[in-house]
Design a protein around this ligand. Sequence first.
Ligand code: NAP
Ligand code: ZN
Ligand code: ZN
Length: 349
Amino acid sequence: MTTVSAYAAPSAGAPLERTTIQRRPVGENDVLIEIKYVGICHTDIHHARDEWGRGGFPLVPGHEIAGVVTEAGPGVTKYKAGDRVGVGCMVDSCRKCENCLRGLEVYCTGGGLVATYADTERYTDGAPTQGGYSTHIVVDERFVLRIPDGLPLEQAAPLLCAGITTYSPLRHWNAGPGKKVAVIGLGGLGHLGVKFAHALGAEVTVLSQSLRKKDDGLALGADHYHATGDPKTFEELAGTFDLILNTVSASLDGDAYLSLLRTDGTMVYLGIPEKPVSANVGSLMMGRKSVAGSGIGGIPETQEMLDFAAEHGLGAEVEVISAEQVNEAYERVLRSDVRYRFVIDNSTI
Ligand code: NAP
Ligand code: ZN
Ligand code: ZN
Protein backbone atom coordinates (compact mmCIF):
# COMPACT_ATOMS: atom_id res chain seq x y z
CA MET A 1 0.00 0.00 0.00
CA THR A 2 1.14 3.54 -0.71
CA THR A 3 -0.07 6.59 1.17
CA VAL A 4 -1.01 9.50 -1.11
CA SER A 5 -2.48 12.98 -0.56
CA ALA A 6 -6.12 13.60 -1.38
CA TYR A 7 -9.09 15.89 -0.81
CA ALA A 8 -12.09 14.27 0.84
CA ALA A 9 -15.55 15.09 2.16
CA PRO A 10 -15.37 13.68 5.73
CA SER A 11 -19.15 13.32 5.96
CA ALA A 12 -22.26 14.14 3.92
CA GLY A 13 -22.38 17.83 3.05
CA ALA A 14 -19.21 18.72 4.98
CA PRO A 15 -16.59 20.86 3.19
CA LEU A 16 -13.82 18.92 1.49
CA GLU A 17 -10.45 18.94 3.25
CA ARG A 18 -6.92 17.67 2.71
CA THR A 19 -6.25 14.12 3.88
CA THR A 20 -4.28 10.99 2.96
CA ILE A 21 -5.53 7.71 1.50
CA GLN A 22 -4.06 4.32 0.65
CA ARG A 23 -3.52 3.06 -2.90
CA ARG A 24 -3.08 -0.64 -3.56
CA PRO A 25 0.26 -2.01 -4.76
CA VAL A 26 0.66 -2.07 -8.55
CA GLY A 27 -0.63 -5.52 -9.61
CA GLU A 28 0.06 -7.65 -12.67
CA ASN A 29 -2.24 -5.66 -14.99
CA ASP A 30 -2.27 -2.32 -13.18
CA VAL A 31 -0.80 1.04 -13.98
CA LEU A 32 0.12 3.66 -11.41
CA ILE A 33 -0.94 7.08 -12.65
CA GLU A 34 0.32 10.42 -11.40
CA ILE A 35 -2.83 12.51 -11.71
CA LYS A 36 -2.17 15.91 -13.25
CA TYR A 37 -5.73 17.24 -13.49
CA VAL A 38 -9.18 16.18 -12.33
CA GLY A 39 -12.46 17.72 -13.46
CA ILE A 40 -15.24 18.66 -11.04
CA CYS A 41 -18.38 16.93 -12.28
CA HIS A 42 -21.78 17.83 -10.85
CA THR A 43 -22.01 14.15 -9.86
CA ASP A 44 -19.15 14.76 -7.40
CA ILE A 45 -21.37 17.32 -5.68
CA HIS A 46 -24.42 15.02 -5.66
CA HIS A 47 -22.21 12.40 -3.95
CA ALA A 48 -20.41 14.72 -1.53
CA ARG A 49 -23.85 15.85 -0.32
CA ASP A 50 -25.08 12.24 -0.35
CA GLU A 51 -28.10 13.23 -2.46
CA TRP A 52 -28.35 9.70 -3.87
CA GLY A 53 -27.70 7.97 -0.52
CA ARG A 54 -24.62 6.11 -1.77
CA GLY A 55 -22.49 6.99 1.28
CA GLY A 56 -18.81 6.02 1.10
CA PHE A 57 -17.49 8.67 3.53
CA PRO A 58 -14.83 9.90 3.94
CA LEU A 59 -15.31 10.36 0.19
CA VAL A 60 -12.62 11.31 -2.31
CA PRO A 61 -14.58 12.32 -5.43
CA GLY A 62 -13.23 12.72 -8.95
CA HIS A 63 -13.83 10.66 -12.09
CA GLU A 64 -12.47 12.95 -14.77
CA ILE A 65 -8.84 11.97 -14.36
CA ALA A 66 -5.96 12.89 -16.66
CA GLY A 67 -2.35 12.09 -15.88
CA VAL A 68 0.81 10.25 -16.74
CA VAL A 69 1.75 6.60 -16.15
CA THR A 70 4.64 6.30 -13.69
CA GLU A 71 4.71 2.51 -13.32
CA ALA A 72 3.21 -0.44 -15.19
CA GLY A 73 2.70 -3.96 -13.83
CA PRO A 74 4.50 -6.89 -15.54
CA GLY A 75 1.38 -8.00 -17.46
CA VAL A 76 0.51 -4.54 -18.84
CA THR A 77 0.62 -4.44 -22.64
CA LYS A 78 -0.96 -1.14 -23.65
CA TYR A 79 0.86 1.43 -21.51
CA LYS A 80 4.34 2.27 -20.27
CA ALA A 81 5.82 4.88 -17.98
CA GLY A 82 5.45 8.36 -19.48
CA ASP A 83 2.21 7.66 -21.40
CA ARG A 84 -0.58 10.25 -21.16
CA VAL A 85 -3.70 8.52 -19.89
CA GLY A 86 -7.15 9.08 -18.47
CA VAL A 87 -9.59 7.32 -16.15
CA GLY A 88 -13.32 8.00 -16.14
CA CYS A 89 -16.27 6.90 -14.04
CA MET A 90 -15.46 3.20 -13.74
CA VAL A 91 -12.41 1.21 -12.73
CA ASP A 92 -13.73 -2.34 -13.15
CA SER A 93 -16.73 -4.51 -14.11
CA CYS A 94 -17.38 -8.28 -14.35
CA ARG A 95 -15.71 -8.37 -17.82
CA LYS A 96 -17.70 -11.54 -18.68
CA CYS A 97 -21.33 -10.57 -19.24
CA GLU A 98 -22.81 -9.84 -22.66
CA ASN A 99 -22.48 -6.09 -22.19
CA CYS A 100 -18.89 -6.20 -20.94
CA LEU A 101 -17.95 -8.39 -23.92
CA ARG A 102 -19.58 -5.80 -26.23
CA GLY A 103 -17.58 -2.98 -24.66
CA LEU A 104 -20.60 -1.66 -22.79
CA GLU A 105 -19.04 -2.14 -19.35
CA VAL A 106 -21.12 0.78 -18.08
CA TYR A 107 -24.19 -1.44 -18.44
CA CYS A 108 -22.50 -4.52 -16.90
CA THR A 109 -25.15 -7.07 -15.92
CA GLY A 110 -22.72 -9.19 -13.92
CA GLY A 111 -22.91 -7.06 -10.81
CA GLY A 112 -22.64 -3.63 -12.34
CA LEU A 113 -19.68 -1.39 -13.01
CA VAL A 114 -17.25 -0.54 -10.23
CA ALA A 115 -17.43 3.22 -9.90
CA THR A 116 -14.19 5.16 -9.54
CA TYR A 117 -15.31 6.36 -6.10
CA ALA A 118 -17.90 5.45 -3.45
CA ASP A 119 -18.09 1.85 -4.63
CA THR A 120 -16.60 -1.43 -3.48
CA GLU A 121 -14.15 -3.54 -5.44
CA ARG A 122 -12.34 -6.82 -5.21
CA TYR A 123 -9.06 -5.13 -4.28
CA THR A 124 -10.20 -3.17 -1.24
CA ASP A 125 -11.80 -5.69 1.15
CA GLY A 126 -15.08 -3.82 1.13
CA ALA A 127 -13.55 -0.36 1.65
CA PRO A 128 -14.90 2.26 -0.78
CA THR A 129 -13.04 3.13 -3.93
CA GLN A 130 -11.47 6.60 -3.84
CA GLY A 131 -11.46 8.99 -6.78
CA GLY A 132 -9.21 11.43 -8.54
CA TYR A 133 -9.01 14.35 -6.10
CA SER A 134 -5.69 12.76 -5.18
CA THR A 135 -2.13 12.69 -6.43
CA HIS A 136 -2.04 9.09 -7.68
CA ILE A 137 -4.36 6.22 -8.57
CA VAL A 138 -3.81 2.53 -9.41
CA VAL A 139 -6.11 1.16 -12.12
CA ASP A 140 -6.26 -2.00 -14.23
CA GLU A 141 -5.15 -1.09 -17.75
CA ARG A 142 -8.47 -2.37 -19.17
CA PHE A 143 -10.15 0.70 -17.69
CA VAL A 144 -7.45 3.19 -18.67
CA LEU A 145 -7.74 5.38 -21.77
CA ARG A 146 -5.03 6.83 -23.95
CA ILE A 147 -5.08 10.62 -24.24
CA PRO A 148 -3.91 11.47 -27.76
CA ASP A 149 -0.99 13.84 -28.23
CA GLY A 150 -2.14 17.34 -28.96
CA LEU A 151 -5.00 17.21 -26.45
CA PRO A 152 -3.87 19.23 -23.40
CA LEU A 153 -4.40 17.17 -20.24
CA GLU A 154 -6.47 19.82 -18.46
CA GLN A 155 -8.84 20.05 -21.44
CA ALA A 156 -8.94 16.26 -21.77
CA ALA A 157 -9.85 15.50 -18.14
CA PRO A 158 -13.55 16.53 -18.43
CA LEU A 159 -13.90 14.41 -21.56
CA LEU A 160 -13.56 11.28 -19.39
CA CYS A 161 -17.06 11.86 -17.97
CA ALA A 162 -18.80 14.91 -19.43
CA GLY A 163 -17.37 14.21 -22.89
CA ILE A 164 -18.36 10.56 -23.22
CA THR A 165 -21.74 11.17 -21.53
CA THR A 166 -22.73 13.52 -24.34
CA TYR A 167 -20.83 11.87 -27.23
CA SER A 168 -22.36 8.43 -26.63
CA PRO A 169 -26.06 9.43 -27.00
CA LEU A 170 -25.24 11.71 -29.93
CA ARG A 171 -23.74 8.70 -31.71
CA HIS A 172 -26.42 6.25 -30.58
CA TRP A 173 -29.26 8.47 -31.84
CA ASN A 174 -27.36 9.37 -35.03
CA ALA A 175 -26.77 13.08 -34.56
CA GLY A 176 -25.29 14.35 -37.79
CA PRO A 177 -26.03 16.36 -40.92
CA GLY A 178 -29.75 17.05 -41.37
CA LYS A 179 -30.53 16.39 -37.67
CA LYS A 180 -31.70 19.05 -35.25
CA VAL A 181 -30.26 18.59 -31.78
CA ALA A 182 -31.08 20.62 -28.67
CA VAL A 183 -28.95 20.67 -25.54
CA ILE A 184 -30.69 21.71 -22.33
CA GLY A 185 -28.29 23.36 -19.86
CA LEU A 186 -24.98 24.94 -20.84
CA GLY A 187 -22.78 23.54 -18.05
CA GLY A 188 -20.05 20.92 -18.00
CA LEU A 189 -21.96 18.28 -19.94
CA GLY A 190 -23.92 20.77 -22.02
CA HIS A 191 -20.99 22.70 -23.46
CA LEU A 192 -19.34 19.47 -24.60
CA GLY A 193 -22.67 18.27 -26.01
CA VAL A 194 -22.76 21.43 -28.12
CA LYS A 195 -19.17 20.96 -29.32
CA PHE A 196 -19.63 17.28 -30.20
CA ALA A 197 -23.03 17.76 -31.87
CA HIS A 198 -21.58 20.58 -33.98
CA ALA A 199 -18.48 18.54 -34.87
CA LEU A 200 -20.75 15.65 -35.93
CA GLY A 201 -22.54 18.01 -38.34
CA ALA A 202 -25.91 18.45 -36.59
CA GLU A 203 -27.81 21.75 -36.34
CA VAL A 204 -27.46 22.64 -32.66
CA THR A 205 -29.70 24.68 -30.36
CA VAL A 206 -28.91 25.57 -26.76
CA LEU A 207 -31.83 25.77 -24.34
CA SER A 208 -30.49 27.67 -21.34
CA GLN A 209 -32.34 29.29 -18.46
CA SER A 210 -31.43 32.77 -19.74
CA LEU A 211 -29.54 34.45 -22.59
CA ARG A 212 -26.62 35.25 -20.24
CA LYS A 213 -24.25 32.77 -21.97
CA LYS A 214 -25.56 33.26 -25.52
CA ASP A 215 -22.28 34.55 -27.00
CA ASP A 216 -20.39 31.63 -25.52
CA GLY A 217 -22.94 29.11 -26.77
CA LEU A 218 -22.69 30.39 -30.32
CA ALA A 219 -18.88 30.45 -30.12
CA LEU A 220 -18.90 26.81 -28.93
CA GLY A 221 -20.71 25.83 -32.13
CA ALA A 222 -24.43 26.30 -31.47
CA ASP A 223 -26.52 27.59 -34.38
CA HIS A 224 -29.32 28.89 -32.15
CA TYR A 225 -29.70 29.86 -28.52
CA HIS A 226 -32.96 30.28 -26.58
CA ALA A 227 -33.92 31.12 -23.02
CA THR A 228 -36.23 28.60 -21.38
CA GLY A 229 -37.24 31.30 -18.91
CA ASP A 230 -39.13 32.95 -21.79
CA PRO A 231 -42.44 31.11 -22.42
CA LYS A 232 -42.35 32.21 -26.10
CA THR A 233 -39.41 29.82 -26.60
CA PHE A 234 -41.75 26.84 -26.18
CA GLU A 235 -44.25 28.24 -28.72
CA GLU A 236 -41.57 29.10 -31.29
CA LEU A 237 -39.73 25.79 -31.07
CA ALA A 238 -42.70 23.39 -30.80
CA GLY A 239 -42.12 20.22 -32.89
CA THR A 240 -38.53 21.14 -33.85
CA PHE A 241 -35.97 18.63 -32.58
CA ASP A 242 -34.96 15.10 -33.54
CA LEU A 243 -32.95 14.74 -30.36
CA ILE A 244 -32.83 16.60 -27.06
CA LEU A 245 -30.00 16.02 -24.58
CA ASN A 246 -31.22 17.00 -21.13
CA THR A 247 -28.15 17.71 -19.01
CA VAL A 248 -29.96 19.50 -16.19
CA SER A 249 -29.40 18.29 -12.63
CA ALA A 250 -32.83 19.57 -11.49
CA SER A 251 -36.32 18.32 -12.41
CA LEU A 252 -37.88 20.09 -15.39
CA ASP A 253 -41.42 20.15 -16.81
CA GLY A 254 -41.30 16.96 -18.92
CA ASP A 255 -44.39 17.81 -20.99
CA ALA A 256 -43.05 21.24 -21.97
CA TYR A 257 -39.79 19.79 -23.29
CA LEU A 258 -41.44 16.84 -25.03
CA SER A 259 -43.53 19.36 -26.99
CA LEU A 260 -40.29 20.53 -28.61
CA LEU A 261 -39.63 17.13 -30.24
CA ARG A 262 -40.72 16.47 -33.79
CA THR A 263 -42.40 13.18 -34.73
CA ASP A 264 -40.24 10.18 -33.74
CA GLY A 265 -37.94 12.46 -31.75
CA THR A 266 -36.17 11.38 -28.56
CA MET A 267 -35.42 13.18 -25.34
CA VAL A 268 -32.46 11.65 -23.51
CA TYR A 269 -32.03 12.18 -19.80
CA LEU A 270 -28.38 12.67 -18.85
CA GLY A 271 -28.80 14.84 -15.76
CA ILE A 272 -29.78 12.97 -12.62
CA PRO A 273 -32.21 14.99 -10.48
CA GLU A 274 -32.72 14.02 -6.86
CA LYS A 275 -36.46 13.41 -7.40
CA PRO A 276 -38.24 11.25 -10.03
CA VAL A 277 -39.19 12.96 -13.29
CA SER A 278 -42.64 12.76 -14.87
CA ALA A 279 -44.58 13.48 -18.05
CA ASN A 280 -48.03 12.70 -19.42
CA VAL A 281 -48.28 9.70 -21.74
CA GLY A 282 -50.21 11.92 -24.16
CA SER A 283 -47.06 13.99 -24.65
CA LEU A 284 -45.37 10.87 -26.03
CA MET A 285 -48.23 9.42 -28.09
CA MET A 286 -48.93 12.38 -30.29
CA GLY A 287 -45.79 12.17 -32.40
CA ARG A 288 -44.55 8.70 -31.38
CA LYS A 289 -41.93 10.31 -29.17
CA SER A 290 -39.44 8.57 -26.90
CA VAL A 291 -37.90 9.32 -23.56
CA ALA A 292 -34.57 7.65 -22.91
CA GLY A 293 -31.62 7.71 -20.57
CA SER A 294 -27.94 7.19 -21.22
CA GLY A 295 -25.06 6.54 -18.84
CA ILE A 296 -21.53 7.65 -19.69
CA GLY A 297 -20.34 5.17 -22.36
CA GLY A 298 -18.25 2.02 -22.65
CA ILE A 299 -14.47 1.90 -22.70
CA PRO A 300 -14.03 1.41 -26.50
CA GLU A 301 -16.41 4.29 -27.22
CA THR A 302 -14.60 6.48 -24.68
CA GLN A 303 -11.37 5.90 -26.60
CA GLU A 304 -13.19 6.65 -29.88
CA MET A 305 -14.46 9.90 -28.34
CA LEU A 306 -10.97 10.96 -27.22
CA ASP A 307 -9.57 10.24 -30.68
CA PHE A 308 -12.46 12.13 -32.31
CA ALA A 309 -11.87 15.07 -29.96
CA ALA A 310 -8.17 15.18 -30.81
CA GLU A 311 -8.91 15.00 -34.55
CA HIS A 312 -11.31 17.92 -34.26
CA GLY A 313 -9.11 19.95 -31.90
CA LEU A 314 -11.93 19.70 -29.38
CA GLY A 315 -11.41 19.92 -25.62
CA ALA A 316 -13.33 21.19 -22.62
CA GLU A 317 -13.43 24.89 -21.74
CA VAL A 318 -11.83 24.84 -18.33
CA GLU A 319 -11.07 27.05 -15.36
CA VAL A 320 -8.07 25.50 -13.61
CA ILE A 321 -8.17 25.90 -9.83
CA SER A 322 -6.03 24.86 -6.89
CA ALA A 323 -7.33 22.18 -4.54
CA GLU A 324 -8.12 24.60 -1.71
CA GLN A 325 -10.64 26.34 -4.01
CA VAL A 326 -12.71 23.18 -4.39
CA ASN A 327 -15.47 24.11 -1.90
CA GLU A 328 -15.89 27.51 -3.51
CA ALA A 329 -15.99 25.84 -6.94
CA TYR A 330 -18.81 23.55 -5.74
CA GLU A 331 -20.85 26.62 -4.72
CA ARG A 332 -20.26 28.20 -8.11
CA VAL A 333 -21.33 25.04 -9.97
CA LEU A 334 -24.54 25.03 -7.93
CA ARG A 335 -25.16 28.65 -9.00
CA SER A 336 -24.56 27.70 -12.69
CA ASP A 337 -21.55 30.01 -12.48
CA VAL A 338 -19.03 27.83 -14.30
CA ARG A 339 -17.49 28.35 -17.72
CA TYR A 340 -17.57 25.48 -18.30
CA ARG A 341 -15.70 22.99 -16.15
CA PHE A 342 -13.59 23.50 -13.05
CA VAL A 343 -10.46 21.39 -13.20
CA ILE A 344 -8.20 20.90 -10.18
CA ASP A 345 -4.44 21.16 -10.69
CA ASN A 346 -3.48 18.05 -8.72
CA SER A 347 0.00 19.35 -7.95
CA THR A 348 -1.77 21.57 -5.37
CA ILE A 349 -3.29 18.65 -3.43
P1 NAP B 1 -23.44 21.56 -14.42
O1 NAP B 1 -22.11 21.93 -14.94
O2 NAP B 1 -23.92 22.10 -13.13
O3 NAP B 1 -24.50 21.89 -15.60
C1 NAP B 1 -25.89 21.75 -15.44
C2 NAP B 1 -26.56 22.90 -16.15
O4 NAP B 1 -27.98 22.73 -16.00
C3 NAP B 1 -26.29 24.28 -15.56
O5 NAP B 1 -25.12 24.85 -16.06
C4 NAP B 1 -27.52 25.05 -15.98
O6 NAP B 1 -27.37 25.49 -17.33
C5 NAP B 1 -28.61 24.00 -15.97
N1 NAP B 1 -29.42 24.08 -14.73
C6 NAP B 1 -29.00 23.97 -13.46
N2 NAP B 1 -30.02 24.08 -12.60
C7 NAP B 1 -31.12 24.27 -13.35
C8 NAP B 1 -32.50 24.43 -13.04
N3 NAP B 1 -32.94 24.44 -11.77
N4 NAP B 1 -33.36 24.56 -14.07
C9 NAP B 1 -32.92 24.54 -15.34
N5 NAP B 1 -31.63 24.40 -15.69
C10 NAP B 1 -30.75 24.25 -14.71
O7 NAP B 1 -23.55 19.98 -14.26
P2 NAP B 1 -22.88 18.80 -15.12
O8 NAP B 1 -21.59 18.42 -14.50
O9 NAP B 1 -22.96 19.15 -16.56
O10 NAP B 1 -23.87 17.61 -14.78
C11 NAP B 1 -25.25 17.70 -15.12
C12 NAP B 1 -26.02 16.51 -14.60
O11 NAP B 1 -25.60 15.34 -15.30
C13 NAP B 1 -25.80 16.18 -13.12
O12 NAP B 1 -27.05 15.77 -12.56
C14 NAP B 1 -24.84 15.01 -13.15
O13 NAP B 1 -24.93 14.19 -12.01
C15 NAP B 1 -25.33 14.29 -14.37
N6 NAP B 1 -24.38 13.38 -15.01
C16 NAP B 1 -24.86 12.27 -15.59
C17 NAP B 1 -24.01 11.41 -16.26
C18 NAP B 1 -24.55 10.22 -16.97
O14 NAP B 1 -23.82 9.23 -17.14
N7 NAP B 1 -25.79 10.27 -17.44
C19 NAP B 1 -22.64 11.68 -16.32
C20 NAP B 1 -22.18 12.85 -15.75
C21 NAP B 1 -23.05 13.70 -15.09
P3 NAP B 1 -27.91 26.92 -17.83
O15 NAP B 1 -27.25 27.92 -16.92
O16 NAP B 1 -27.45 26.98 -19.23
O17 NAP B 1 -29.39 26.91 -17.70
ZN1 ZN C 1 -19.24 12.81 -13.98
ZN1 ZN D 1 -20.22 -7.31 -17.00
